[in-house]
Ligand binder design. Sequence first.
Ligand code: HEM
Length: 142
Amino acid sequence: MSYQFYKVLHVASLFLLFTSLAAIAFSAADKRKPWAALHGIATLVAFVAGFGLLAKIGAMKAFPSWAVVKIVIWLALGAMPVILRKKPGMALQLLLASVLLGAVGSYTAVNKPGQQAAVEEVQVAPSEMPTETPPATETPAN
Ligand code: HEM
């Protein structure tokens, strides 16, 4: 499987994870089961694709600290349905906390804090910068 395949699978499974979490947070107790199942599947796929990505970027051996941070976030998001069931009155706060965890997870994936030479800033050479907006094509006078 390619790096791109794992990344699309990883991010798509996160979409399902958060969608199912929101559904669990705001649906009645007897309607939660299918969403809990989808959340479980999404959590598993995010994990497998995440490790596929780790292998593809050659980080399995070094196992950087940012990957550990992501696993801790993944564990918290995985446990969230149980917390939501125990604290139904805090559904909104718990969901906002989950989104915040997602933001930290995304930041960690993109910036890889603590990893040397983590992210090269893309430098656009001046010669490649668009000089000016192309002139609007004049409609030929009839
Ligand atoms: C088992 C836990 C996880 C592992 C091992 C993992 C690992 C990875 C790896 C290796 C990448 C690719 C980084 C790169 O392209 O250089 C990645 C990308 C990403 N991860 Fe995870 N991840 C995990 C969980 C999560 C969680 C819980 C979130 C957020 C909720 C998340 C959000 C993202 C995002 C948004 C990207 C794409 C970043 C980009 O476009 O470069 N991941 N993940």
